[in-house]
Design a protein around this ligand. Structure first.
Ligand SMILES: [Zn+2]
Length: 69
């Protein structure tokens, strides 16, 4: 998983954490692949697991790879 940690950012719109729903203040974690924003790394980890489960049915190649390993 790839993400960027941003500190001191000024977000244009009011943004909420994709995992817990808290309002993002001056620092956040952004997942590059999905562009989701999380308030901290704990929410990022939890959110990534959730999004992987959501995306899994649409990614048959990834499922096959996971099963064979
Ligand atoms: Zn959060």
């Amino acid at each position: 998983m790839r993400c960027v940690v941003v500190n001191g950012a000024k977000l244009k719109a009011e943004t909420q954490c994709a995992n817990c729903g808290n309002k993002i203040s001056d620092g956040y974690v952004r997942e590059i692949r999905t562009r989701r924003i999380y308030c901290d790394f704990r929410c990022y980890s939890a959110g990534v697991q959730t999004s992987l489960e959501a995306f899994a049915p649409r990614m048959p190649t990834l499922n096959a790879w996971t099963r064979s390993s």
